[in-house]
Design a protein. Sequence first.
Length: 164
Amino acid sequence: MRTLLHVGCGNEPLPDWLAGFTETRLDINPAVSPDIIASMLDLGEIGQFDALLCRHALEHLFPHEVSIALNEFHRVLKVGGHLIVFVPDLEGVAATDDVLFQSPAGPISGIDLIYGFRPALAENPYMAHRTGFVQESLTKALSMFSRVIVNRLSCYDMMGAAIK
């Protein structure tokens, strides 16, 4: 069975397209009952994984911490392992209350994309956004990996995929 580390898992289940993996859930917030309570800045001795998923968690780090986390991701991936990251796409986003799109959680504005979704942030301080990405900056951040692909998706979402 292939292994996957789900970093910043929150309460989110794995997407169906990762159903063939055995998931290990890692989060800094003990309230979400992860398998491992840890910061993505120090994953510790948790073994190696075939894949790593980090969905909407890198933006919660300070800019200088992003490379630390990505180095940790690289360290715990097996050679040939896959990294998949999702982050908000801040290309052309302005810090306004104008609604950019509707999410299952409610309307999302530019301020929400830049600083964190305000209703979630009011309940959980870990939800604050401290950095942001556009296609060029995410590509550069992932440059320690090989075969990096960064695609802009719909609704101000961006996905990076890379291989160790």
